[in-house]
Design a protein around this ligand. Structure first.
Ligand SMILES: Nc1ncnc2c1ncn2[C@@H]1O[C@H](COP(=O)(O)OP(=O)(O)OP(=O)(O)O)[C@@H](O)[C@H]1O
Length: 339
């Protein structure tokens, strides 16, 4: 197609999208904020009329004091059938099943024979990878400070725990799929590979995600537990956050597996607790990996003041220590701190 003809046809398609959004209560701006394999994501605005009709949208946007949303447009007419029939419905199902969490928000969807539209909470600060790179440049030191990494990782763990609790495994956890909103809160996105785990501990067999974040059992084409595979990816993400690089980087799975069997290198200034948590997640044997509850109550995950307290507790013997530790793990800090 000649370039002027292609431009005209793109312009016509965009005008159709503007009209379709308007018919559904959104003003589509021409500002493209991202694109995927079969999708484009634009900045949009919810109309007051739409906000009157959609409680989820209006209560969230009122709290944010703006009307901006991200509108993901998938050209279903152009995407492969498998994407439209399998991955897109999974993404919509997973977002709907998980929306009641602070870190994941799908406001609504609409579609016609040509396109599907996903109206999402706007995450205006880009993705975690960009954030790590920008912060590393600013600090002239690779990675985020541990305190910031902890704050973000806690939110991520909470979002993934929410997914697992409602029977969803993400299967494509990576820095590029973790977005940040204008207040720096984590928004988990891209549920295209997510799957339902109808039966607890049931095994999956499809290869999903990006090799650098993929668990060894998947690289070995074994049947795998989706929750345990997500935990491996969390280990890779935490490593990337605090070191500014990926722990294993090879294109070919067999070379990746070789790397995974070597011991991990950490910069000496990284706290022992953080190294311990990463090692606990990056265990080759899926069953040896820390579970989400263990991750959430790991001493590195506690705010600095609680971590100090935790260290004191570790030095205490007997049942008193046990009960105080269990309070800490369950988040019952007020009791432990005042007792
Ligand atoms: N809610 C959002 N707020 C801001 N930007 C977003 C939002 N959702 C997606 N984006 C941007 O659009 C890009 C593509 O979105 P997304 O990853 O959901 O699409 P995809 O089609 O699933 O991508 P891929 O082909 O990489 O799997 C993201 O990398 C991000 O930059």
């Amino acid at each position: 197609m000649k370039s002027s003809t292609k431009r005209d046809s793109n312009r016509r398609a965009f005008m159709d999208q503007v009209r379709e959004c308007w018919d559904n209560g959104y003003l589509l701006s021409s500002k493209k904020i991202g694109s995927g394999a079969f999708s484009k994501v634009y900045l949009g605005y919810a109309t007051h009329e739409r906000m009157r009709q959609n409680y989820k949208l209006s209560s969230d946007l009122r709290a944010k004091r703006h009307t901006m949303v991200a509108i993901k447009i998938i050209s279903t007419a152009e995407a492969p059938l498998e994407y439209s029939r399998k991955f897109l419905p999974r993404e919509i199902y997973s977002l709907n099943a998980t929306y009641k969490h602070l870190n994941i928000q799908l406001y609504e969807t609409y579609r016609n024979s040509q396109r599907s539209y996903l109206v999402l909470e706007l995450a205006s600060r880009g993705d975690l990878l960009e954030h790590i790179n920008a912060t590393s440049d600013r600090r002239c030191c690779p990675g985020l400070e541990e305190e910031e990494a902890r704050r973000l990782f806690r939110q991520l763990v909470s979002a993934v725990a929410h997914c697992h609790n409602v029977g969803i495994v993400h299967r494509d956890l990576k820095c590029e799929n973790i977005l940040l909103d204008d207040q720096g809160f984590v928004k988990l996105t891209d549920f295209g590979f997510a799957n339902r785990t109808a039966v607890k501990n049931s095994l999956l067999s499809t290869f999903c995600g990006s090799v650098a974040y993929t668990a060894p059992e998947i690289l070995m084409s074994k049947k795998y537990n989706g929750e345990q595979a997500d935990l491996w990816s969390l280990g890779v993400i935490l490593y990337a956050m605090v070191t500014g690089k990926l722990p294993f980087k090879e294109r070919q799975p067999h070379k990746m597996l070789h790397l995974m069997r070597q011991s991990l290198a950490f910069r000496p200034s990284l706290s022992q607790e953080c190294q311990d948590l990463i090692q606990g997640l990056l265990q080759l044997r899926p069953r040896a990996r820390l579970g989400l509850q263990q991750v959430a109550s790991h001493c590195w995950m506690l705010p600095a003041s609680h971590a100090l307290f935790h260290n004191v507790l570790s030095a205490m013997p007997g049942t008193e220590e046990k009960s105080l530790k269990s309070d800490l793990a369950s988040g019952n800090f007020s009791h432990t701190l005042t007792s």
